[in-house]
Design a protein. Structure first.
Length: 81
């Protein structure tokens, strides 16, 4: 499994864990977005400084890694009960 797929699954797992742990969906979503942004930036920096990828390459992947779970979180918030 690719590192990108692992990161996407980790983001979705974090979202599910927070939504189950925090009853207020808006609060859980805000916390998730802050935590996931920090994790995504950390992942980007590891890719650039340790894996040897360029900033442009990592920025595109970083947007995808952050954006997909963030979009799922916002859609879930919109359609909550």
């Amino acid at each position: 499994m690719s590192h990108t797929a692992i990161m996407l699954l980790a983001g979705l797992a974090l979202l599910v864990a927070l939504r189950l742990a925090i009853r207020d969906g808006a609060r859980a979503t805000r916390l998730f977005l802050m935590l996931w942004l920090a994790v995504s930036i950390g992942n980007l920096l590891v890719g650039v400084f340790h894996a040897g990828y360029g900033w442009a390459e990592e920025a595109a992947i970083g947007l995808f890694v952050f954006g997909v779970p963030a979009a799922v979180a916002l859609v879930a918030l919109r359609f909550r009960r």
